[in-house]
Every structure is written in C-alpha cells, then in structure tokens.
Design a protein around this ligand. Structure first.
Ligand code: PMP
Length: 311
C-alpha cells in the first residue's frame, strides 16, 4: 500500500529536487505519456534494522533500458548514475522503513505531436514512497479470468513496462472488481494464461510449479525469476510453458508474484476454491523464503541486494 506522506526529495534528470517543486508544463502530459516507460523497485529494511536493501536494482534498471530501447527513447543517464540516484534518494529522504521506488522516463519538454518521434530524449525521474509489506500477513486473494485479452506482441509488446500497457490491466481490474473479485487473470491471443494486472502468475499441481513462458504475453517479471530461483534452491520442479485456463481450476495452489504483490496466494479462481481455500504450504514456504531473501537473512543471493546504510 502506498504511503500518503510526501517525501522531501525526488531525483530528476541529474539532481535531487524538492518533491513539491517537480513540475512540468501542461503540454508535457498527454501524448508524451503514451511513450513513457517505468520500473517499480523495492528497498526493504534489513532484518538487522541497520540498512536498507534495494532488491535486484541492477535488473530493474536493465529492464528500464530494455523498455526504452523497444520504445526507441533515449535515456541520457547510464546505469551507474541511476543506481546512485536510487541510493542517494533513499538516503536524502531518510527512510528507516520499507520504501518503494519508481524510476521512470518520459519525453522531455513540451510535446504536441501525436506520435513521439524515435530517439526523443527523455527526462528520468526517481520517485519514492513508504510501503507496508504484505509478506508476513499471510493473506490471500480471489481472482477471476478477465474477458479482456492480454495485449499481444502483435499490437503492443507486453515485455515493455510502458505506462500505456496499463490501460489493458486497468480495464481487466475494473471488471474483476465490478464482479466482486480482487484481481484479474488475463488470457493471451491464443487463449492461454498470461498474467495478472501487475503481477505474474504460477500454479502448483502434484508438487510441480508451472508458470506461463516468457512468450505467453507477460512482463519478464523479476519476482517471477526470483521465485523460480528460490524453487530450484528448495529442490522443487519448475516448468515454464503455455498454461490452459482449465489448469487454473485443477491447481493445488495458485499465486501472483510481483514487486508490489510480492507473493500473493490466490484462494479462489472464477469462484472455485483453490486447494483448501487458504494459502497452501508451498506458497507459504515461498513467502518465508522471499522474506528471508529481501531482508538479508539468506546469504545465498547477496548480489541481488544493494546496501544503503540508514541515515
Ligand atoms: N506484469 C506486469 C504487467 C507488471 O506490471 C509487473 C510489475 N512490474 C509484473 C508483471 C511483475 O514484475 P516484477 O516482478 O518485475 O515486479
């Protein structure tokens, strides 16, 4: 959940600026937003309470550059600069709790063209706010397959983390909420399972984990990759392949995975109870393993953690 308190600073195109003064001209929204790309990153307070641990920062920044490349946007800052921006912002804002980070890039200046040209120079921002992790709460959610189809590579590449892609997820989410569910699950143009509105999805059946392949119309989720690694650490068999809708109905466990969602068990799908209707044993084990990892208790994947000392 997003905190409501205004942070003191954000990072904008090379320097820290007071959050309240980070303004643009009215003509800088609208068509400019169509091309804009972003990331969502989390910094967790370490279990020792002495530092923040930014989770897989380099992987998130690399995906931001991938998104910019596909959208043909020019980001005039290198990876080290953006890494420094993220860490410097956490320190400047004095966070002593979990914080969400939102690096994003949008065409610079006043944009009146309908089609932002290729090679347009972007401003890069890093914004941040506190969040409360749901990992330890152990809750679940009710999901439903959406009547909205996931955007396809043939129209708008789902591999890109572009603001425009969220029109698709938003329509699906509103439909799900209207029908009394928490979250949608979208099928792709081949009627195979793709992902949620802002998270990837996996199912457990007969002790094996199955998740839609990266060519199923999904964002190449960093949490998805983390979970697959944790499962291999646990000795659990994992398959990445096309997944049918009806497989969701036969799953022993089902869970969303994403930076914001973390690991969120699905306890009902299209009104059918999943397993016993409570988060299953593997989902709970994974949530515990993920917590240990992001809070620095599990030393096996230390290279995924960027340490920022508390102010
Ligand atoms: N799919 C979509 C559409 C998303 O917005 C997100 C969140 N970035 C994810 C999947 C999960 O990706 P990640 O684990 O990298 O946050």
């Amino acid at each position: 959940s997003a905190g409501t308190a205004e942070p003191e600073w954000l990072w904008r195109s090379g320097s820290l600026v007071p959050w309240r003064e980070a303004r643009v001209h009215v003509n800088a929204v609208g068509h400019a937003s169509v091309a804009a790309v972003f990331e969502g990153v989390k910094a967790y307070l370490a279990a020792d309470g002495r530092r923040l641990l930014v989770f897989r920062l380099e992987d998130h920044l690399r995906r931001l550059y991938d998104s910019a490349r596909i959208c043909r946007l020019a980001l005039p800052y290198d990876l080290d600069t953006l890494r420094g921006a993220v860490c410097g912002l956490l320190t400047a804002n004095g966070y002593r709790q979990d914080a969400y980070l939102r690096p994003w890039a949008f065409p610079q200046g006043v944009i009146r063209e309908q089609m932002v040209p290729a090679g347009t120079i972007c401003e890069v921002l890093v914004d941040s706010w506190p969040f409360r992790s749901l990992l330890e709460a152990g809750g679940g959610c009710r999901a439903a397959v959406s009547s909205w189809q996931r955007i396809s590579e043939a129209a708008m590449p789902p591999r890109v983390k572009a603001f425009s892609n969220y029109h698709n997820g938003r329509l699906a989410l509103m439909e799900a909420r209207e029908n009394g569910h928490d979250w949608p699950i979208m099928l792709n143009e081949r009627a195979k399972v793709s992902e949620g509105a802002g998270a990837c999805l996996a199912l457990v059946r007969d002790g094996e984990v199955v998740t839609p392949s990266l060519t199923s119309g999904v964002l190449p989720g960093i949490t998805r990759d983390t979970v697959l690694t944790l499962l291999r650490d646990l000795g659990v068999r994992v398959r990445e392949r096309e997944v049918d809708r009806s497989e969701l109905y036969l799953a022993d466990e089902l869970f969303f995975m994403g930076t914001a969602w973390e690991i969120l068990p699905v306890t009902a799908v299209d009104g059918l109870t999943v397993g016993d209707g409570v988060p299953g044993p593997l989902s709970r084990r994974l949530a515990a393993a993920y917590t240990d990892l992001v809070r620095g208790r599990d030393g096996r994947h230390r290279h995924w953690l960027t340490e920022v000392p508390l102010p």
